[in-house]
Design a protein around this ligand. Structure first.
Ligand code: PAF
Length: 298
């Protein structure tokens, strides 16, 4: 049985821990040794996760495969922290909403360490620190971020994920998929956070002009960056996710509710920074970014 480590215990971390533990040994790496047992609630049934947990200080072997589903703003520090504990040919699979700068991570990696990105719309929310509630199926996509990962794509995809994650697909161009997921998050997360509403409520016509303006700017910036996104397709994708996750509260709505830092800097903030770089403006993303920042501070 192969062994996989998961850094962080957010909703995605716990959902994947449960699924991956059906086919391999899973160890959760937590910041403090405070939590012993983790649980998943699926269809109103609570099950204890069949996983071990450790802190980095008490790890007793090098890490070979590690899923890192931490927030975009935690990623750089997480990679720095874990780097000394990785085997020389480790595979790192990062996963978060919004855009992070991969070039900030690569200097911490050794020449034979593979870097992958995973994006998922599998639904989960944490009613308690040690418990995740599964809220619905969703596509998981995996792609390579460096040349080592490209060489190992089949092994990582087939052995780690294929036996236990469904629906699942390998994507040859992960950058484009990250932009597509960014558009979904731009359409759903900030508005649902500001309005404290469920994802499905955003389908009301009264929000359509804002969603159109946000995605129009995002698609324009993407094209300036060489990523060919079509507004109509990104709108259709966002509205489809609103329907599939109609009863869910987005991660940003939950972050605001529980007075946690949000991922808005890596979502609308990213669009505004890229717009500046390209010498254009993204006024609706700028406005919504500032509104969420105000709400974060309130
Ligand atoms: O951040 C989230 O909550 C999710 O990425 C998504 C897809 C918007 C569904 O709620």
């Amino acid at each position: 049985m192969s062994s996989v480590h998961i850094l962080g215990m957010g909703a995605v971390g716990l959902l994947f821990a449960h699924r991956l533990a059906q086919h391999q040994t899973v160890t959760l790496i937590t910041r403090t040794p405070a939590v012993d047992n983790f649980h998943i609630i699926e269809h109103d049934q609570t099950t204890q996760l069949a996983v071990a947990s450790t802190t980095l200080n008490t790890l007793n072997s090098k890490i070979t495969d590690c899923l890192i589903p931490v927030k975009a703003y935690q990623l750089r520090q997480a990679i720095k922290d874990i780097a000394p504990y990785l085997s020389d040919d480790a595979n790192l699979i990062i996963s978060h909403n919004g855009m992070s700068d991969i070039t900030e991570i690569t200097p911490h990696l050794k020449p034979h360490q593979g870097l992958f990105f995973l994006t998922t719309s599998m639904g989960g929310m944490k009613p308690k620190n040690d418990t995740v509630r599964y809220t619905g199926a969703g596509l998981t996509q995996l792609g390579a971020c460096n040349s080592v990962a490209k060489e190992r794509q089949k092994k990582v995809f087939d052995t780690l994920f294929k036996p236990c994650i469904t629906p699942l697909e390998w994507v040859p161009n992960i950058s484009e998929v990250r932009w597509q997921k960014l558009c979904v998050n731009i359409a759903i997360n900030p508005l649902s956070a500001l309005l404290q509403c469920k994802n499905g409520e955003l389908r009301s016509p009264k929000y359509s002009h804002q969603i159109l303006a946000l995605l129009n700017e995002a698609c324009h910036i993407a094209r300036l960056e060489g990523v060919n996104l079509t507004l109509s397709l990104e709108l259709a994708r966002a509205y489809n996710v609103m329907t599939l996750t109609a009863n869910n509260h987005s991660s940003m709505a939950q972050d605001i509710k529980h007075q946690r830092q949000t991922e808005i800097d890596a979502i609308c903030g990213f669009i505004v920074r890229q717009a500046k770089k390209q010498g254009v403006k993204a006024p609706e993303n700028e406005r919504i970014w500032q509104l969420v920042k105000q709400k974060e501070r309130a």
